[in-house]
Design a protein around this ligand. Sequence first.
Ligand code: TEU
Ligand code: CA
Length: 543
Amino acid sequence: VGTADWWRGAVIYQVYPRSFQDTNGDGIGDLKGVTEKLPYIASLGVDAIWLSPFFTSPMADMGYDVSDYCDVDPMFGTLADFDAMMAEAHRLDLKIIIDQVLSHTSDQHPWFKESRSSRDNPKADWFVWADAKPDGTAPTNWLSVFGGPAWEWDGVRKQYYMHNFLASQPDLNFHNAEVRDALLKAVRFWLERGVDGFRLDTVNYYFHDKELRNNPPHAPDSGDAGLDAPDVNPYGMQNHLYDKTQPENVEFLKSFRALLDEYPDRASVGEVGDGARSLKTVAAYTAGGDKLHMCYTFDLLGPDFTPSHIRRCVEDFFRSVTDGWVCWAFSNHDVTRHASRFAQTEAERAKVAKLAISVLASLRGSICLYQGEELGLPEAELAFEDLRDPYGIRFWPAFKGRDGCRTPMPWKGEMANGGFTTASKPWLPVPTEHAALAVDVQDGEATSVLGHYRAMLAFRKTHVALIDGDMQFLDAGEDVLAFIRSKGEERLLFAFNMGRKAHKVVLPVGVSVKQVLDLPGYSGTVEKASLHLAPLDGFCAIV
Ligand code: TEU
Ligand code: CA
């Protein structure tokens, strides 16, 4: 893998700056806190950091509502803090990928303030404005991901504006060339500052249907009733053909890529949550090497942690996306932490967390880790009074929102609030049950979840077959995920028992074990031509 290809097979660690480390005692994480903890991130053996938004924002959606694309919110620090953080990251050989939320702005962004001020100001067409229907109702039936219609009435313009998320996140009009140019200018600002890449938030939402056609009802197989559509949210009852994923985006992504390519070694990863159409969308966004470098879908972010599901996701991806690259993740700041999602009992959480990283680190593709998963943190149980996520506040208690995965990092088991802050009340509570899993408790313990993460990531680094080698699945029964990764001379066999019973797997003809690899958390054994796996156990060998 050459330096320009560093992203291929890379391990990316997602930092949610609000909850990483507070350095000024206001109960909120900040960029100085990220800098302070960079040696810890480097110690995990990751290649890059994806930083969730730290831009100027009223924080209605925790920074995914940007009011200045080219500055740091005072809550998180200053541009100088950003530069210092990046310099230190680069010194430690860590790349920095920043989150670009280009699909929408905050309603406090000067662009929107101007746009909403009249129907004929210079930015009048920068957002998606439309007249009411003759009966006064919204222009289309489009729905917001966060509930309710995707249209908000504006009393000054006496028109509706479109928002795919909160009403305070108005959707930019990508059909307007000035908008596209202004956004690319912001991207250039960060390229000039030296960032290594971008995670593009909701990259398939950039363009809406110009003709403003109504979405048809949800087709049974369209998959739009995905993980972010709890039963209570009618969003999933619509097939989102017209409010997002329009063909014009392909041209925009080409201009975005051309800009990146003016700078050496930059990379991009797009977030594509497009129901059953996701793989088609990813294929269109990554083909040809002149658009996005890679994308991720929501495939592994659901409750299914079974061999058949993982096999189907990987095979479907590489069958549908023949000219593109994937970034897999089990967790992020939007979904229930996977130690809770995949474990059937509290007692098996640590084992499940270890098994999950063993599987993830062995897949073909790049991978994304979410802060705290390396500690095996479970989802925090929060009271309604503690919630900050508007999505959760709206649908509580049927859907508890995303705060349960956003609580602060526990660094020190013995300290108040896990050492995250000196404030008595952090912005979200640090769950008491996280103290026993704090970094200082697990550090240096080879058999801890943290120790296993470090071992697995080090293992991945030293085996070329794991970075971008082929991946061939073997049939090993419904509980066992088995595959061979190969590149050049190297052939590695993996078998993971994802079930709760012991299993014996007979090796296929032609596969013979040359050397069993000794990894922590892998206690599978081989005897003659059979593998023996305990429940939630793994096995790896050179074959
Ligand atoms: O999320 C995109 C998205 O489609 C969400 O519906 C996501 O699936 C949902 O939050 C899961 O419960 C991105 C960001 O990751 C998210 O944090 C933002 O709230 C959203 O965009 C709007 O910017
Ligand atoms: Ca702070």
